[in-house]
Design a protein around this ligand. Structure first.
Ligand code: GDP
Length: 361
C-alpha cells in the first residue's frame, strides 16, 4: 500500500505527532487500526459519510479507508553524504510515496533546536537541500550510461532533455515537486529515476498552541511552501486530544476554535496527495470505504474487493452518496426516482459512489 514518510530535523515534534497519529482512533472506536511495525502507523481516514450510512442501513460495523504513515529517522545536514543515519534515512525516503515534512514553528527555550534558532524557512531549506543533493547525485550517476544510450539510440533525445531539465531545476535549489506543481516540469517524464524531491510534499508546521488561530502567521508559512499543501497543528495538543474520549475531544477542539483535529486534516490531505479516492459499499453487514486510485474504472475498483470481481465484471449498480441519503437509503425510492445508474466497463469511479458490482463467477 502507499505510504507517507514523515521527515524533519530532530526535536521538531515528529515523534510526538507520530505517536498521536497511531493513537488517533478516539473518534472511531470500532475502526480497525493497527501499528504493523514500530515506525509504521495505519490511521483511519476521517469520513463523516460512514456513520450516516451506517445509520441508514442499520449496521454497527464501519470499515474506513486508511492512510499509512512511516516515521523516518531524523535528518541532519550532510545526510546526502551519509552523515549520521544518512544512508538509511535516504533509503527509507525512497520507499515512501509522499513526504510529510514536519517543521518546528513553536518556541520553547527548554527544547534545543539543532540549528540554534527556530526558523522554519531555514529548516525546510536544510532538509530539502539534502534531498536535492541526493537527487543530483542520482542524476550524475545515471548520466554516463544515458549519454552512451543516447549515442546508441537506445533512449530518445527527449528523455535526455527531460533529465537535463530536472538537473537544472535541482541545481537552482528547487524540488522537482515544486516545479511540477507549478506546471513547469512534467515529473512523469523522469519517473524511472525515482528522484526523492519528485515525490509529493506535504508540510506540517508544528506551531505553538497559542498560534493555532493566528491566520496571519499561517498564511505566511503557507506561502513559503506553496503550492504544496501546508497543515498547522500543535503536536502536543494533538497528543493530548488522543487521550480524551470523543465528546471531550470535540469540546477541546471547539474551545481551541477548531473544527477538525490537525491529524484528521493530515490524514485527509495525505490521502488526497497519494492520489487516492473512495468508493463505498453499504449493507446490513457493514458500511465500508474502499480505497482506489483516482481514475480507476469500475472493473478496476471491483478488483479491489476481489480479483474475481474484476475478472467476471458485468456491470456496477451505482447511486451517489447524496442521492442515497436523500432517499434515506431506500433502494425502492432510489430506483423509482431513476437514481440507480448501471455503469459498464469504461465507467470512471467517482468519490462517494455507493456500489454493488454484478459479476460472473
Ligand atoms: P522529534 O525529535 O522531531 O521526534 O521531536 P519530539 O516529538 O521527540 O519532540 C522533541 C521535544 O519537543 C519533546 O520534549 C517534546 O515534548 C517537545 N515538543 C513536541 N512538540 C511540541 C510543541 O508543540 N510545543 C512544545 N513546547 N514542545 C513540543
Amino acid at each position: 500500500s502507499l505510504t507517507i514518510g514523515i521527515v524533519g530535523l530532530p526535536n521538531v515534534g515528529k515523534s510526538t505527532m507520530f505517536n498521536a497519529l497511531t493513537r488517533n482512533n478516539v473518534l472511531a472506536e470500532n475502526y480497525p487500526f493497527a501499528t504493523i511495525e514500530p515506525n509504521t502507523g495505519i490511521v483511519p481516514l476521517p469520513d463523516d459519510r460512514l456513520p450516516i450510512l451506517a445509520k441508514l442501513v442499520h449496521t454497527e460495523k464501519i470499515v474506513p479507508a486508511t492512510v499509512t504513515f512511516v516515521d523516518i529517522a531524523g535528518i541532519v545536514k550532510g545526510a546526502s553524504e551519509g552523515e549520521g543515519l544518512g544512508n538509511k534515512f535516504l533509503a527509507n525516503i525512497r520507499e515512501a510515496d509522499a513526504i510529510c515534512e514536519v517543521v518546528r514553528a513553536f518556541e520553547d527555550d527548554d527544547i534545543v533546536h539543532v540549528n540554534g534558532k527556530v526558523d522554519p524557512a531555514d529548516d525546510i531549506d536544510t532538509i530539502n537541500t539534502e534531498l536535492i543533493l541526493a537527487d543530483l547525485q542520482t542524476i550524475e550517476n545515471a548520466l554516463p550510461k544515458l549519454e552512451k544510450d543516447l549515442r546508441g539510440r537506445k533512449i530518445e533525445p527527449a528523455y535526455m532533455d527531460a533529465v537535463k531539465e530536472a538537473k537544472t531545476i535541482l541545481e537552482t535549489g528547487e524540488t522537482i515537486d515544486k516545479a511540477a506543481r507549478e506546471g513547469r516540469f512534467d515529473k512523469e517524464s523522469v519517473y524511472d529515476l525515482h528522484l526523492m524531491s519528485a515525490k509529493p510534499f506535504i508540510y506540517v508546521f508544528n506551531v505553538d498552541d497559542s498560534e493555532l488561530q493566528n491566520k496571519e502567521l499561517q498564511a505566511k508559512l503557507a506561502a513559503s511552501v506553496a503550492p504544496a499543501p501546508a497543515i498547522f497543528l500543535n503536536a502536543q495538543f494533538e497528543a493530548d486530544l488522543t487521550e480524551l474520549d470523543e465528546d471531550d475531544a470535540r469540546e477541546m477542539l471547539a474551545d481551541a476554535g477548531l473544527e477538525e483535529s490537525g491529524l484528521d486534516q493530515l490524514a485527509r490531505v495525505g490521502y488526497d496527495t497519494l492520489g487516492l479516492s473512495t468508493f463505498l459499499t453499504a449493507g446490513e453487514k457493514e458500511v465500508r470505504a474502499w480505497q482506489i486510485h483516482k481514475g480507476y474504472t469500475a472493473p478496476q475498483a471491483a478488483g479491489v474487493i476481489h480479483t474475481d470481481f474484476e475478472k467476471g465484471f458485468i456491470k456496477a449498480d451505482i447511486v451517489s452518496y447524496d442521492d442515497f441519503v436523500a432517499a434515506e437509503g431506500s433502494m425502492a425510492k432510489i430506483k423509482e426516482e431513476g437514481k440507480l445508474r448501471q455503469e459498464g466497463r469504461d465507467y470512471v469511479m467517482q468519490d462517494g459512489d455507493i456500489v454493488e458490482f454484478k459479476f460472473n463467477v
